[in-house]
Design a protein around this ligand. Structure first.
Ligand SMILES: Nc1ncnc2c1ncn2[C@@H]1O[C@H](COP(=O)(O)OP(=O)(O)O)[C@@H](O)[C@H]1O
Ligand SMILES: Cc1cn([C@H]2C[C@H](O)[C@@H](COP(=O)(O)O)O2)c(=O)[nH]c1=O
Ligand SMILES: [Zn+2]
Length: 193
């Protein structure tokens, strides 16, 4: 897409749907169009790298790493404005505090093309509030699905597995992980005991 000016775009769906791949692709395309672009990631996402945003398929892109607190949200805003970035991407946006919704919306109001990528639903199938609140403010939504590991149909849910068994409902919401702890599942094969 040509740089659309102030714009809030949200890429969402379950784990393994290609959200990070799509985010990197969009940021990279903006740099080919000579736009000043940057990617941000939360410091708690250290699955594949401390410094880069890395997709499950190995695609990677250098990022600013910020903490998942209000200070991290302020850093995203300060770096964006001080460095004059025209386009920013934020990966794993569901990990940030609620204040990121207002901040990203404001940056879009100020003329920045903001792309936020994150999970819509947690392992129980309940909304992540930050993603939900960004989605209702978005100028464009990119909704992706993965492939259900049980039946091969489109997967809209993230199944958390502990020792190979579905995680109980009272598990903590945040558990950073990849295929050792999660599988993409369709509604029918998503299990929450
Ligand atoms: N069940 C699955 N369905 C689709 N892709 C999968 C699945 N399991 C692993 N993958 C891999 O995940 C990649 C997408 O990774 P990524 O962009 O990091 O997704 P997301 O950010 O949505 O978790 C795919 O290109 C594919 O190689
Ligand atoms: C469903 C669910 C996921 N997480 C964590 C697991 C991963 O670290 C990220 C999602 O990564 P992806 O790029 O979308 O594959 O979120 C979590 O903490 N809680 C959950 O309920
Ligand atoms: Zn299925």
């Amino acid at each position: 897409m040509v740089h659309p000016g102030g714009f809030l775009e949200v890429i969402t769906g379950p784990m393994f749907a290609g959200k990070t791949t799509e985010l990197i692709k969009r940021i990279e395309r903006q740099t080919f169009a000579k736009r000043k672009a940057a990617l941000f990631k939360p410091s708690i996402d250290n699955r594949y790298s401390e410094d880069d945003v890395v997709a499950h398929n190995g695609l990677r892109y250098e990022a600013f790493v910020v903490p998942t607190n209000e200070e991290g949200v302020e850093l995203i805003e300060r770096i964006t404005l001080d460095e004059g970035f025209e386009v920013i991407g934020v990966d794993e946006v569901q990990f940030f505090p609620q204040g990121i919704v207002e901040t990203l919306n404001r940056l879009a109001d100020e003329g920045i093309y903001v792309i936020a990528s994150g999970l819509n639903l947690d392992f129980k199938g309940d909304p992540f509030p930050v993603t939900r609140d960004l989605l209702v403010r978005a100028d464009n939504i990119v909704y992706l699905t993965a492939v259900c590991t049980v039946c091969g149909k489109p997967a809209t849910r993230s199944q958390r597995l502990i020792d190979g068994k579905p995680a109980p409902r009272d598990s903590p919401i945040i558990l950073v992980g990849s295929s050792e702890s999660y599988e993409a599942r369709c509604r029918e094969h998503h299990v929450v005991p």
